[in-house]
Design a protein around this ligand. Structure first.
Ligand code: RUB
Length: 309
């Protein structure tokens, strides 16, 4: 179980973070675990893969990319491996679907960049929150197309993912300014478009992303500033079709307040939700690898993906 435990802990402790990276890391770990398994009987191999998949799904609760990625691999693997007797062939099939997922996921981010960049005009100022590969792909593609853009990055309390985003953009030559989360309203008049990623998308087009995203959306809406979400199609949460909600991870208070202060102020309660939900009415478009959707149109993509059309 070593490779599984390491990846599980790396995701839980946010050494691996961001919905796309979490999904790819979990799938890679599942593939490596399969390769390393020393079992002689095919049914035992299949059972162990199923069990490992379920275990990995529990690493973080909100990013639906994680269960969706594991389900994609395990369901396809089981379907193809149904009549296979030898474990070596099972290992090959498992590896094939793991690699396929990773390839598709990486190419989706690239395609989102190309599609999303079409919506960015020369001279635009963009604001982004947190650290999303998909949102960065849109911004960097526009920049690489020689569009003259400026970017505001929020700091993204409490974990400071905005430091990662602003550093990456600056290293790629983008004109970038880091601001505290609470300065969004101060700067919004200068912003033409907000671009953020997603951890999960409700079938009704509501978007779950880093806490604070919905506040940015409200501010953008009031300022009549466009709000774009960049997300791979596997971030759609199928269970929301039957009315289930997406759990919002609540992390340790230690991420917010210094330990000493918390010790001295035990009577102060601290809450640390890691994500929030932006309603569809505040979202102009959701950019996926298969095209641009208004949030209300995500139901169509859901039906196509799950063969319900
Ligand atoms: C990361 C976050 C990102 C989404 C999308 O939160 O909210 O915006 O995961 O990222 P955390 P990507 O840092 O808590 O994981 O586009 O890279 O999948």
């Amino acid at each position: 179980m070593h490779i599984l435990n390491t990846t599980f802990e790396d995701i839980r402790l946010m050494k691996i973070r961001g919905a796309g990276r979490i999904a790819r890391a979990a799938v890679k770990a599942l593939g490596d675990y399969g390769t390393s398994l020393d079992v002689g009987v095919s049914s035992e191999f299949v059972a162990k893969i199923r069990e490992a998949g379920e275990y990995l799904k529990g690493a973080r609760p909100t990013a639906v990319s994680l269960p969706n990625a594991i389900n994609y691999v395990v369901l396809n693997f089981e379907k193809e491996a149904k009549d296979m007797e030898d474990v070596a062939s099972l290992k090959r099939v498992l590896k094939k679907y793991c690699e396929l997922f990773v390839e598709r996921s990486e190419s989706a981010v690239e395609k989102i960049g190309l599609i999303g960049a079409r919506l960015i005009q020369d001279g635009d100022t963009i604001l982004t929150h947190c650290n999303s590969e998909a949102a960065i792909s849109v911004i960097l593609t526009a920049h690489n197309q020689q569009k003259n853009i400026k970017v505001f990055c929020t700091e993204t309390r409490p974990k400071g993912q905005g430091y990662l985003t602003s550093s990456k953009l600056a290293k790629n030559g983008v004109d970038v300014t880091l601001i505290v989360d609470s300065a969004v309203n101060f700067f919004i008049k200068k912003v033409d478009q907000v671009v953020v990623g997603a951890d999960a998308i409700y079938v009704n087009g509501a978007v779950v992303n880093k806490v604070g995203t919905s506040q940015v959306a409200l501010v953008a809406n009031q300022a009549k500033c466009r709000f774009m979400v960049a997300a791979e199609s596997y971030k759609i949460a199928p269970n929301t079709f039957v009315g289930e909600s997406i759990p919002i991870e609540e992390r340790s208070p230690d991420e917010i307040a210094p330990k000493e202060w918390a010790q001295e102020n035990k009577e102060v309660k601290i809450r640390n939700p890691s994500f929030d939900i932006t309603p569809p009415k505040y979202i102009d478009s959701i950019i996926t690898e298969v095209g641009i959707f208004p949030p209300e149109g995500i139901i169509l993509l859901y039906k196509e993906t799950y063969g319900l059309g």
